[in-house]
Write a protein that binds this ligand. Structure first.
Ligand code: G3P
Ligand code: MG
Length: 254
């Protein structure tokens, strides 16, 4: 890992490559296998999604239910960590990944915290008396990860809570064109260092504006090599992709 901090990495002048949910195209999303796949492909970092289990643990999973990416059924927020850990999170993708489990964020920090930069996308709303922002801030502190990650979210309440609990952490304002003003306006008012726009929102005008505002710009989700090269030439700081190796290859050819 050539970078000591996320700020140093984003200031490096290189276009960083982050594997989306690990390496979505090649391994079951949001599993340790997918994060290892991104690492093996040479990614600088990973993007992952976290939600609260019923008993207040941050687990790494994209959907609000386990239906699509495990052999179980039900809402993540209505299952305990012990119940979630019994599920197979790999076989739906391929028999090669049978036995993969839903990781906790602690599992990911333990396995990859010193090897990869991490973009934690926090999706959970408060449930069962637990607050995802508070649980995340405690987890980050416990692992000493505050300088090595970006936290992003579409949820202004979670981002506001995190800004209070982690005053200097790198926050990424995650947005897409159809975002309602009720989400967009509070996020806009919150101090944040990075913008995470959907990739098709970015052009020269956007980059001029973002640079004038001193924002880092990290785009999602780019799987086309030519578009990655274009975005790199525009000066984006990081590209989030389902296929890290292909995008790294496309950038290296320039
Ligand atoms: O963080 C970028 C991207 O992951 C946001 O959308 O639905 O893939 O989590 P989604
Ligand atoms: Mg995500």
């Amino acid at each position: 890992m050539p970078y000591a901090t996320i700020t140093e990495a984003l200031n490096s002048g290189q276009t960083l490559v982050f594997g989306h949910r690990g390496a979505l195209a090649q391994a079951p999303m949001n599993t340790l296998a997918a994060f290892d796949c991104a690492l093996q492909q040479g990614a600088d970092g990973i993007e992952l999604d976290v939600q609260l289990s019923k008993d207040g643990h941050l687990v790494v999973i994209h959907d609000t239910t386990v239906d699509a990416t495990t052999d179980g059924r039900g809402h993540v927020a209505e299952l305990t960590l012990a119940e979630l850990k019994q599920l197979d999170a790999g076989a739906w993708f391929s028999a090669d990944y049978k036995g993969e489990r839903i990781p906790t964020l602690d599992d990911v920090f333990d396995a990859f915290g010193d090897k990869l930069l991490i973009n934690v996308e926090i999706k959970s709303s408060p449930a069962w008396g637990y607050r995802a922002d508070k649980v995340l801030a405690e987890c980050v502190r416990r692992h000493g990860m505050s300088e090595r990650l970006i936290v992003s979210s579409f949820d202004p309440a979670l981002m506001g809570g995190l800004r209070q609990m982690m005053p200097t952490a790198m926050l990424g304002f995650l947005y897409q064109p159809d975002m309602p003003a009720s989400h967009y306006l509070p996020l806009k008012r919150l101090w944040h260092q990075a913008r995470h726009p959907r990739q098709d929102m970015v052009d020269q005008g956007y980059m001029n504006w973002a640079r004038a505002q001193r924002y880092f710009v990290n785009v999602w989700t780019v799987n086309d090599g030519a578009r990655a090269l274009e975005l790199s030439r525009l000066g984006v700081n990081a590209i989030i992709t389902d296929e890290p190796a292909a995008i790294i290859g496309a950038l290296e050819k320039c």
